[in-house]
Ligand binder design. Structure first.
Ligand code: ATP
Ligand code: MG
Length: 573
């Protein structure tokens, strides 16, 4: 392609809300433009990149034996009522009515649509397994669309759904998809990590996420430097923390005693006052759990030096969402903020205790009475306690696989695979006949890749202060032939010859043949847009020389014009 014929409106202006490099460079480089909150147009360069990523995803999915289909972007709300997700998806599900007053939604994901498609069409185990996928627009009315393509409302996803006659076969396909995904991200040139994950609103168990490692990632992932362990913090586990007792258990006669701790509401204050380590106390976190039709105050208890992990906490009470409880709600529920503990709680208060506190003795906790705490508590005396893993693993905690010291890193969730089981097939009564002629619900898996998010993720992982740097598989063009002064016929002709030679060698090439723009401006565009290589045809042409510029290192090498295309071919192939 010729620059002079392409619509590439680069700009120096940084959009006000664009904090991430990928957001800034994709807009400044003329790849995308924002139409509304979380809604983007793809300009020619953006469309080429999106299609290149889509092509890699499609090729590997086809190789893996999956069938490409395309579901309607709009689905009737009735399907979502059948599965029960009309309510559980919350406000992310955008609904609307048509002229006949019928209810519809813009598809945020397509489990319902695929179950509806397969139901009564696949009726026997003989036609299983099957994996159906599409690469198509999704709409989620995200609470905070941000970071450009990273978290849009309208975005492109590859979503695949597999159907099996038994759990073992699902696990086989799940592993197969994991391998397929690894091939995809490797081909795209990304540094990524597969981690254990929480399953979220999609449901099911045993899910894994594919994280593109980048400092700006929204997800915190916990990794072990000594083994393969990796997990989203929402699902990360550790070896139970050893807490050194601050007293000799054999020497004391443990008694729970109420002590005056006037005005001391924080773990810090109480620990200092009683000269006990923070780990020897129980922290109460009071939250409001939001359910489909009701709300409830819930208290979560964790060790004094631990933090509550909200996704785990949400899962422990099966709510849609947890929000902070305000002072009035806390008061009305009979709780005493700053002095809340698991003993003598007001009746009917729902509470959950972190698993690591099970049967712990000697801890300090609130007495559920203004200005008082208990010392010497014994959790084994509590009745009807729900224990659940509630804590956020911290850096330095001990790996549960190998005893290594866990570390945090940041990642961008670029894919997520789930073992759904029979959640949707049961809800929607989708069954097949097994080998014994018995009717069974399909066992399902589902597999998502954020295709448009990947456009941003590539740049988030590969950029410098001048612009983005595309990887070989994702670059809109691999080489930018920059004609320094296109008004000079000999420069333009030499540039066109290189351009045609490179194209003949199968290398995606663009030529900057613009007559109006100066050399410096063309170089600026090259650096901002991020083509992997440039060939500069300029002053040294009379000596038979041109310059190759490597976008990643910005290194320059002078080469003979007759050799430039073969040299580039060697670098790229
Ligand atoms: P997140 O936690 O980031 O909201 P999710 O768990 O809701 O993601 P899934 O439902 O698993 O995402 O969707 C599959 C993939 O689609 C994700 O791994 C991600 O790459 C992509 N994706 C999800 N939401 C968005 C969005 N708002 N914008 C762009 N891509 C998205
Ligand atoms: Mg989401």
């Amino acid at each position: 392609m010729k620059f002079s014929q392409m619509f590439i409106p680069t700009t120096k202006e940084v959009p006000k809300d664009a904090t991430l490099p990928s957001h800034q460079y994709l807009i400044r480089g003329g790849f995308v433009n924002q139409v509304g909150a979380g809604i983007y147009n793809y300009l020619p360069l953006g469309k080429i990149v999106l299609d290149k990523i889509r092509a890699v995803v499609k090729e590997e999915m086809d190789n893996a034996g999956a069938n490409e289909v395309q579901f309607g972007f709009v689905t009737p709300l009735s399907l979502w009522e059948e599965s029960g997700r009309a309510t559980t998806m919350g406000s992310e599900l955008l609904r609307f009515k048509d002229r006949k007053n019928a209810d519809y939604v813009l598809s945020p994901t397509n489990e319902e649509a695929v179950v509806d498609l397969v139901k009564n069409r696949i009726t026997s185990y003989k036609n299983l397994p099957i994996n159906l996928y599409q690469i198509y627009t999704k709409f989620r009315d995200e609470a905070r669309p941000r970071f450009g393509l990273m978290r849009g409302r309208e975005f492109l996803m590859k979503d695949a759904y597999s159907f099996h006659s038994c759990k073992e076969d699902l696990v086989r396909e799940f592993d197969h998809m994991e391998e397929t995904y690894k091939k995809i991200y490797t081909r795209l040139g990304l540094d990524f990590r597969v981690v254990a994950a929480d399953s979220g609103a999609i449901g099911g168990s045993g899910s894994k996420e594919f994280m593109v490692l980048a400092n700006s990632g929204e997800d915190t992932i916990v990794i072990c430097p000594d083994c393969d362990y990796g997990a989203n913090i929402e699902a990360a586990v550790r070896t139970k923390k050893e807490v050194k007792k601050w007293f000799d258990l054999t020497a004391v006669d443990l008694k729970m005693e109420k002590v005056l701790t006037e005005g001391m509401k924080t773990i810090e204050e109480v620990s200092n006052f009683l000269s006990t380590p923070k780990a020897q106390s129980i922290k109460a976190v009071i939250k409001k759990a939001i359910y489909e039709e009701s709300n409830e105050i819930v208290v979560f208890f964790v060790r004094g030096d631990d933090q509550l992990e909200e996704t785990k906490a949400s899962n422990s009470v099966n709510c849609l969402e947890l929000v902070d409880a305000n002072d009035e709600e806390i008061l009305n529920s009979g709780l005493c903020a700053g002095y809340c503990g698991p003993f003598n709680l007001p009746k009917d208060i729902n509470f959950v205790v972190d698993s690591e506190l099970k049967d712990e003795i000697g801890l300090v906790c609130g007495a559920n009475e203004e200005n008082y705490h208990f010392t010497g508590s014994d959790l084994s005396t509590l009745e009807d306690v729900k224990y659940f893993d509630l804590i956020a693993v911290q850096e330095g905690d001990i790996c549960s696989c190998c005893k290594g010291s866990l570390e945090y890193t940041k990642g961008i969730e670029a894919g997520h695979i789930f073992q759904l089981g029979t959640k949707y097939s049961e809800a929607m009564d989708a069954k097949f006949l097994d080998e014994n002629g018995k009717s069974q619900p399909f066992v399902m898996g589902c597999y998502g890749i954020g295709v448009s998010r990947l456009v941003a993720a590539v740049i988030e992982q590969n950029h410098d202060e001048k612009g983005g740097i595309w990887t070989k598989e994702t670059a809109p063009f691999l080489v930018d032939v920059i004609v320094s002064n296109a008004k000079k016929d000999e420069e333009l002709e030499a540039g066109m010859k290189i351009y045609n030679d490179l194209k003949t060698l199968g290398i995606d090439t663009i030529i900057d043949d613009r007559k109006k723009e100066r050399f410096g401006f063309k170089m600026g565009d090259f650096e901002l847009i991020g083509f992997p290589f440039a060939v500069v045809v300029g002053k040294k042409l009379k000596d038979g020389l041109v310059e190759i510029i490597h976008r990643d290192t910005l290194e320059k090498e002078e080469v003979e014009i007759s050799k430039v295309s073969t040299i580039l071919f060697e670098k790229i192939k």
